[in-house]
Design a protein around this ligand. Structure first.
Ligand SMILES: Nc1ncnc2c1ncn2[C@@H]1O[C@H](COP(=O)(O)OP(=O)(O)O)[C@@H](O)[C@H]1O
Ligand SMILES: [Mg+2]
Length: 329
């Protein structure tokens, strides 16, 4: 199945401190088309990782490889120290995979559907009878246990799919676009469930082509474009690395007009706008430069009442990063 892979290692036991996901030089080629171009990605245990990129970037391909459903062309992908091609059974035990499509199961009621999956993992009936109500409770579907799966809303189906991924108590959840097509309320419900799963100690990799969808859900993000990871880190790191434009808001007790002019001459300051509330400053510096600006304001004798940082949202970060051509590779 994987003769072309010359880089696989033989692993018997995972090292104690192995990351949950370790990907090195991973490539995937479909015919002439390179869907993944040497991807490196390391995700520590317990992390909720947002995998973000436009459609066609390679998210589902990467996730299918991690889920052992697709063989890599070359490179290494390990889950909890186990190589996906060398030890697929060990990997499968540890993962719950939620694909980006939902099949048709019109013959099943919710509870039957869960038993079907539980049984396919070899979980005995008496255990399933304990476990399945708990899982349905976790995803808020207890009152839908006797409903036919086809009658569930999209959000409910997504949650059922998530419950299904959990039957064998996996350590790693691989969730491919679980929030896509959900209305805001369903998305909030999904976020709450992910929070509970994180509290249970699960590692979660969750993809989206819409960055704000993942805001407040994730600890770290990795941005993928055209089969390459263009950045990985916690959100704050990435913001710092890119010198995101911040919006600073100032209130002074007097000399506002003078301060407006003064600010325009300071380093990293872009546009300066003044209204009845105060002065808004577009600022392209890092934390240090921002601290220096505040110090300079005091030194120049301005009476600062308030100096605050507006929220830079992930959307802005993403647009900035994926504009391309600024050497962020
Ligand atoms: N089985 C396949 N055969 C040919 N090309 C594929 C196949 N699967 C994915 N691709 C291509 O690989 C690229 C990455 O796809 P995918 O991983 O699904 O992206 P994403 O999930 O980020 O939208 C796309 O250009 C897609 O058309
Ligand atoms: Mg996809």
């Amino acid at each position: 199945m994987n003769e072309s892979n010359e880089m696989v290692e033989t692993v018997s036991m995972p090292p104690a401190a192995s990351p949950m996901i370790e990907i090195k030089g991973l490539t995937k080629t479909f015919g002439q088309f390179q869907a993944l171009k040497s991807i490196d990605l390391t995700i520590a245990k317990g992390t909720v990782f947002g995998f973000v990129g436009p459609n066609g970037a390679g998210k589902s391909t990467t996730m299918s490889i991690l889920a052992t459903l697709m063989a890599p062309t070359s490179g290494i992908a390990k889950v909890d120290g186990f190589d996906v091609t060398e030890h697929p059974a060990e990997v499968r035990k540890r993962i719950g995979y939620m694909p980006d499509f939902f099949g048709v199961y019109d013959q099943f009621k919710t509870i039957e559907y869960m038993h079907f999956y539980g049984a396919s993992y070899g979980i005995p009936k008496h255990e399933r009878e304990q476990l399945i109500p708990q899982l349905l409770e976790l995803v808020n579907l207890s009152d839908k246990k006797d409903a036919y799966v086809d009658t569930l809303s999209r959000g409910m189906k997504q949650r059922l799919c998530l419950a299904r991924c959990l039957v064998h108590d996996p350590e790693l959840l691989i969730l491919d676009e679980p929030a896509s097509g959900l209305d805001p309320r369903a998305r909030i419900e999904m976020r709450e469930i992910l929070r509970e799963l994180k509290a249970m100690g699960k590692t979660i990799i969750i993809s989206s082509h819409i960055l704000p969808e993942l805001a407040e859900m994730v600890d770290e993000i990795g941005i993928i474009e055209h089969g390459r990871i263009i950045s990985q880190g916690n959100v704050a790191d990435i913001q710092n690395r890119m010198r995101v434009k911040r919006v600073l808001f100032l209130r002074l007790s007097d000399r506002n007009e003078e301060a407006e002019q003064w600010l325009r001459d300071q380093p990293f300051v872009g546009r300066v706008l003044r209204d009845e509330r105060g002065i808004h400053v577009h600022f392209a510096g890092h934390d240090e430069e921002q601290a220096a600006l505040l110090k300079a304001l005091f030194t120049a004798g301005f009476a600062v009442i308030s100096f605050s940082e507006g929220q830079t949202n992930l959307e802005d970060v993403f647009l900035e990063m994926t504009k391309g051509g600024d050497g962020l590779a």
